[in-house]
Design a protein around this ligand. Sequence first.
Ligand code: SF4
Length: 63
Amino acid sequence: MKRPGIDLAECTRCEGCIALCPGVFRVNQAGFLEAVELDSYPVEQVDEAIKNCPAHCIRWEEE
Ligand code: SF4
C-alpha cells in the first residue's frame, strides 16, 4: 500500500496540494500539512499535486 508523504522540512504551506486534491491533503491542528489516511488514494490527483508542489516535497511512500 502506498500513501502520499510530505517532507515538512521543505513544505512552504502554500496549500496548493489542498487546492488540487482536497480529499487527501489538509492542514492539521498543529498547522502542518498532512495526507489523510485512506484505504485508497486518487492516484491521478495525487500525482498532479506531486507534480505541482513548488517545494517538491510530496512523494509516494510504501507502508
Ligand atoms: S503544495 Fe507542497 S509546499 Fe505547498 S502546501 Fe502542499 S506540500 Fe506544502
